[in-house]
Design a protein around this ligand. Sequence first.
Ligand code: FAD
Length: 282
Amino acid sequence: MSTNSNKPVFSCEFFPPRTDDGMEKLIDTHQQLKGTINPSFFSVTFGAGGTTRDRTLETVKQLRADGAQNIAPHISCMGSSKQQLSELLDTYISLGINRLVTLRGDIPKEGTPDNDFSYANELVSFIREKTGDHFHIEIAAYPEYHPESTSPVDDFNHFVNKARAGANSAITQYFYNIDAYAHFVERCERANLNIPIVPGIMPITNYASLVRFSDACGAEIPRWIRKQLEAYENDIDSLRAFGIDVVAELCNQLLVYGAPGLHFYTLNQAEATLSIWEKINK
Ligand code: FAD
């Protein structure tokens, strides 16, 4: 079993809102999470195919104006040229950003656009070549394997290559089965890969969207959770209470196991994350 003597690091993820109302709500969510969890950083996603390049930047600026000190924009090479990414990196440096979540990115519904980079490891190398050690680089990890992976061995080897291209730490896709995470961490240890692997935590608040999203990203919802969520389909209060209990218990088990922190996929909502936080034994 892995152990971690350092204090766990908590972080929260947002997506760039589409409307002014959405931005106002996000700022309120930011204030609530900052006041209670005070995360080490807030990350801001980057839409599939570069569709939110400008809105991600705008969201970063708004959060900064709202007092966020540590912000980690996500950056992906899907649908962005080397030139565009280079300019974006310069902009982030000029804004005092020093952490990035570096990804290949989701493939847009319309199909794969022309890209200068094929995989995230190439983007990690490019950022290191261009900016040296300026950024703390986070990468994505998949304890239950990436949905496009051709084999578990290949997927893990690709992850190791990506990490060795210059990543400082990794954030996982969400999962509800701690064994998958423990297996992944232990595999990294055996490969002498010692970067922190921070579990991504997805609150459960809606059955249909969780199923849809989990199918797309390859996250398994264990049968006992799925059955109970199905039974609560028309009883949203019970569903949410059950979801909070399950996810808080997962967080506690992860911290006891020695996870180096937790990264909350907040979906721009404070309530579920704060309810889970209240139940975490710190
Ligand atoms: P990669 O590490 O490049 O891997 C993609 C696939 O290619 C894997 O199957 C891998 O095994 C395979 N592969 C890697 N290298 C090679 C190689 N050399 N040869 C052959 N195959 C290879 N998506 C967004 O669009 N925007 C976001 O903001 C965003 N944020 C995310 C944050 C986190 C924490 C996580 C876990 C995911 C996020 N995603 C985001 C989703 C992510 O972009 C998708 O899962 C995407 O499909 C893969 O991105 P990656 O960086 O993991 O890709």
